[in-house]
Design a protein around this ligand. Structure first.
Ligand SMILES: [Zn+2]
Ligand SMILES: [Zn+2]
Length: 113
């Protein structure tokens, strides 16, 4: 199994779900949100999810994982949606004063001495 080809992991058994692979999701909207994003590799994994959450009425929806290219595009889109601007730390390059007491031969040269 190529780790790089893993899209996500099953929310029940943690088996890798490959890009483009068939999988199942819960029909309940709160389980199916992009943030929650529960995915199951088999219907029986979804069944064990039911044992935990006890939905009143629910069923498994068959889905197909995105291809790696699609997924990467999606990730890029998410990053664009929340831009993180990092102010560049601009510090004046200051040179330390030349050592007086002990002359130290240093390979570092400082032009403003
Ligand atoms: Zn599973
Ligand atoms: Zn659910």
């Amino acid at each position: 199994m190529n780790e790089a080809a893993t899209w996500r992991r099953c929310s029940s058994c943690k088996s890798p779900i490959a890009f483009g692979a068939q999988h199942w999701v819960c029909n309940v909207s709160t389980c199916n949100r992009a943030r929650t994003g529960l995915v199951f590799c088999t219907v029986s994994c979804w069944d064990s999810h039911l044992a935990v959450v006890r939905h009143r009425e629910s069923w498994a929806l068959e889905r197909k994982a995105p291809s790696q290219a699609e997924w990467l595009r999606e990730q890029a889109g998410l990053r664009r949606a929340s831009p993180r601007r990092r102010p560049s730390a601009r510090r004046a390059a200051s040179c330390p004063p030349p050592p007086r007491a002990r002359p130290i031969r240093s390979s570092r040269t400082c032009s403003s001495w």
